[in-house]
Design a protein around this ligand. Structure first.
Ligand SMILES: Cc1ncc(C[n+]2csc(CCOP(=O)(O)OP(=O)(O)O)c2C)c(N)n1
Length: 625
């Protein structure tokens, strides 16, 4: 039996002792470790498996953390975690108090840049490279970016700056021709041409074979290299990067360890910016994931499947897709836009029905919004569906290109609230504050799937910029055959009538109160009144006036940050109209919430029945003092 290698690898230094066969075996063991943990506990799957060999080669050649290995997004960096001292904690990935599913500076000295949002690695790497040069140090800086992340504008801003300064650093373009779904855009088509250009590849392989047999410093080898470049410029499009001031090397087989190592060793000697174009197979070493990397993009894990099996209602994402497909039937001006998240946002029922009225712009949230403003200017009704956290990228476009131009765009923000295992990079908790401050923006949150459909119908007939936020998970109630209803903007809905205290619950918080109302009432000895505050902006101002006259106190609840949120809006309004009202707020505190299951996180913040009871007792206690 072969001796196992991974159990001996406690840091990247341990890799450097291994020969070629041992490195190959290590790759296999790392992939097996990833597969067994993720299949059981859930997490990303096809992306991390695709870069195991690449990661082994990088940690073999470079000296992390002295050399800076900077991963884009970070969802693929599981092998990096395993090889940098986190092998034994890997089973705890994405679970409360376990290691993060993304890179995290506080977790390891090898996580040079924390990430979760795409396309940041080149800019961050250039910052490290310039700092290194100012400090007259000699370490290497390497960023690894996927072809999907390369569709984001930030990546080009970084390349543009890098090519101009000619700073020595390396970009590894991990090209698997997939984003989460298929990569879109002209660059992806272009990269595909390089990888699949057989003439160039044959000539190039011949040159590599030949030059490998010739001494490194010889004139002939230099000549052959020059010849290779000439042929490359002639036959292949690496020229695009060359024109921007980067040396283009590739395409390199991302599963051939010897070739990868040889390439990185030689790139280390170059004193220009270099782009190494590596092609990899997503899902490598898993038959299922190799043949369907989209389906196996992430796994919920055998353990979680059992835990979550009883929820029968369809998710908010599905509700969104079905509703917009239904509403668009009678409104031909509706156009849907996604930024590389067709599946995640649940848009597929629409894209299947109206393929010509749908566009995936790539991981380009800013472009998505400004593009939507163009559509709106031309009389269309654009629906931009973007996760709450990623819409943050487009803040200026929402303000400058949408609202300021008075061009109506509908923003559908999935994953608004705590997303659970993806953690702080992905929690969608800032959108209420971010959008509420902008003049003329309507800000809403449905209490269930039926209301999401009603809000969509209201939005698409309102001729206003309109945002709808809804959380990850079950939509609670969605009647497929129901017709949508247009709501009056700025109206709330009273769900139960109680006494003493009124709870103003926004979006997902309605369910938390409604589902626990009996327990809450029992613990309090009275029933609070519950209001569905579906419009966060504009508020239901006339209802607010009557509520402050009828109740002792008000409790606001939101799955968003308290700073500048819905509760703040209520306080501001009472202050503006000169009413003194006792108000308590529940929501996300002024802190970054870590990862864990959504339920664990809500509980840890007291956003549950016990937390509500305690909060109400506190306010009422205050009143009697
Ligand atoms: C700003 C931003 N928008 C959207 C996402 C969601 N997202 C995570 S990974 C991913 C695809 C990345 O594709 P690629 O860079 O090619 O890496 P691969 O998974 O193919 O290895 C997307 C769209 C994100 N992380 N950040």
């Amino acid at each position: 039996m072969k001796k196992l290698i991974l159990s001996e690898i406690n840091s990247p230094a341990d890799l450097k002792q291994l020969n070629s066969d041992a490195l190959s075996q290590l790759s296999m063991e790392v992939a097996d470790h990833i597969k067994s943990v993720i299949e059981e506990h859930g997490g990303h799957y096809s992306s991390p498996l695709g870069v195991v060999d690449l990661t082994v080669a990088l940690h073999y050649v470079y000296d992390s953390p002295n050399d800076k290995i900077i991963w884009d997004v970070g969802h693929q960096a599981y092998a990096h975690k395993i090889l940098t001292g986190r092998r034994d904690q890997f089973h705890s990935i994405r679970q409360k108090d376990g290691i993060s599913g993304f890179l995290k500076r506080s977790e390891s000295v090898h996580d040079i840049v924390g990430a979760g949002h795409a396309s940041t690695s080149i800019s961050a790497a250039l910052g490290f490279a310039h700092a290194r040069d100012k400090d007259k140090s000699k370490n290497q800086i390497v960023s690894i970016i996927g072809d999907g992340a390369m569709t984001g504008g930030l990546a080009y801003e970084g390349i543009n700056n890098l090519g101009f300064h000619k700073t020595q650093m390396t970009i590894v373009l991990n090209d698997n021709s997939m984003s989460i779904s298929e990569s879109v855009g002209a660059l992806s088509r272009y990269l595909n041409r390089v990888v699949t250009n057989p003439t160039y590849n044959r000539i190039r392989n011949d040159i590599w074979d030949l030059s490998g047999k010739i001494p490194l410093s010889s004139f002939v080898r230099k000549f052959l290299r020059k010849t290779e470049e000439g042929i490359k410029g002639f036959l292949t499009p690496g020229a695009l990067f060359e024109e921007l001031g980067l040396r283009y090397i590739g395409p390199v087989d991302g599963h051939n360890l010897d070739e990868l190592i040889r390439t990185f060793e030689s790139v280390k000697q170059m004193n220009t910016p270099v782009l190494v174009h590596v092609y990899t197979k997503k899902g490598k070493r898993s038959k299922d994931a190799e043949s369907d990397s989209v389906k196996f993009y992430s796994m919920s894990g055998a353990k979680n499947k059992v835990e979550n099996s009883e929820d029968p209602a369809i998710s908010y994402s599905q509700t969104f897709g079905e509703s917009i497909a239904q509403i668009a039937e009678n409104d031909t001006a509706i156009e849907c836009i996604t930024a590389a998240m067709e599946i995640g946002t649940g848009m597929t029922p629409f894209t299947k029905k109206f393929p010509e009225r749908y566009i995936d712009v790539g991981i380009a949230e800013e472009h998505a919004v400004t593009y939507a403003s163009g559509l709106a200017g031309a009389g269309k009704k654009p629906i931009v569906a973007i996760y709450s956290t990623f819409l943050q990228r487009a803040f200026d476009c929402i303000f400058h290109d949408g609202l300021l131009q008075d061009l109506p765009i509908v923003y559908c923000m999935d994953r608004a609230g705590l997303v659970g295992p993806d953690g702080p990079t992905h929690h969608g908790v800032f959108d209420i504050s971010m959008l509420r401050m902008l003049p003329n923006m309507v800000v809403t949150a449905p209490k269930d799937g039926n209301e999401l459909r009603n809000l969509l119908a209201t939005a698409t007939t309102s001729n206003r910029s309109f945002s709808i936020r809804y959380p990850k998970g079950s939509s609670r109630k969605f009647d497929r055959d129901k017709a949508p209803e247009i709501l009056t903007i700025g109206t709330w809905e009273q769900l139960t009538k109680g006494s003493r205290i009124v709870i103003l619950a926004a979006g997902s918080m309605v369910a938390i109160v409604e589902d626990n109302l009996n327990a809450i009432s029992e613990a309090l000895d009275f029933s609070p009144t519950l209001i569905n505050a579906r419009f966060i902006k504009p508020l239901d101002k006339s209802m607010l006036v009557s509520l402050c006259e009828e109740y002792d106190a008000i409790l606001t609840m939101e799955e968003g940050c308290l700073a500048g949120g819905f509760g703040s809006a209520v306080i501001e309004h009472y202050n503006d109209i000169g009413r003194s009202v006792k108000i308590a707020r529940m929501g996300i505190p002024d802190d970054f919430i870590q990862h864990g299951s959504r339920e664990e996180l809500l509980d840890s913040l007291g956003l549950n029945s016990m937390g509500i009871v305690n909060k109400i007792k506190d306010i009422l206690g205050d009143l009697h003092e």
